[in-house]
Ligand binder design. Structure first.
Ligand SMILES: [Ca+2]
Length: 237
């Protein structure tokens, strides 16, 4: 009888584990890279990013984002992804220009553009295609300050994109935070691709990039302080 209970418990646990499937597909904190060079785990337009010292903490290495072309992006070296979560730390020194991420990047000039605007609170998701910005797509609102680290999350599923943000050291897990911008198939031209920064006008910085598929990992859900979260994720890498 006892062994039957144990077997039943093991079976239930295995189902639970299967239902909470999660897989990290990309992780980078730039600590193994060389300052002044492009980061080693990124492709696309590598000239768009340079490894640099964190302006807030000199012993930490980050990616300095350089603008060279609205059609270029330095993207995480993953397979082309259709459904995933991406999270990253982001800091902007220059508020006079936009800062953006490319979503579903497969080649230069063709991708969705997830963009922080210049007025201190508005955001947008557009398509970049054929050297233009075809169509008016979605706008969102989330106030931000310059010279401060934020943590962003996008959930991407084909032409559906949901964005969330919080201050980097905020302990609230993302599943308890409301989205501030959502696109639900308003444009359907891009269905899968790679993810990474597209515009970094002036000085902007990025760190602790995590891309995963499936459920948010236990570490991400339960740990608030990013440093603790990041430590746990790296141990299980
Ligand atoms: Ca770092």
């Amino acid at each position: 009888m006892k062994s039957a209970v144990v077997l039943t418990l093991a079976f239930v646990l295995s189902i639970t584990v299967n239902f909470s499937f999660s897989k990290t597909v990309f992780l980078d904190d730039f600590e193994k890279d060389t300052v002044g060079q492009s980061p080693s785990k990124w492709v696309g337009c590598p000239e768009e990013g340079t490894v640099a010292k964190d302006p807030k903490e000199q012993k930490n290495q980050v990616m300095l984002l350089n603008e060279t072309s609205a059609d270029c992006a330095i993207v995480a070296d993953t397979d082309d992804l259709e459904e995933y979560f991406a999270e990253w730390d982001w800091l902007w020194e220059d508020g006079a220009r936009c800062h953006s991420m490319a979503i579903h990047w497969q080649k230069k000039g063709e991708f969705y553009h997830f963009s922080r605007r210049t007025d201190g609170s508005s955001w947008g998701i557009w398509a970049r295609s054929g050297g233009a910005w075809p169509g008016a797509f979605v706008m969102g609102n989330s106030p931000y300050e310059l010279n401060k680290w934020y943590r962003l999350q996008v959930y991407v599923n084909g032409p559906e994109i949901v964005g969330k943000m919080k201050e980097r050291d905020d302990k609230t897990p993302f599943d308890k935070i409301d989205s501030f911008i959502e696109m639900h198939g308003e444009d359907k031209r891009f269905k899968k691709g790679k993810f990474g920064p597209n515009e970094g006008w002036g000085a902007a910085f990025m760190d602790n990039v995590l891309i995963y598929i499936g459920e948010p990992s236990k570490a991400v859900k339960q740990e608030g302080k990013l440093t603790a979260t990041w430590g746990e994720i790296k141990v299980s890498e």
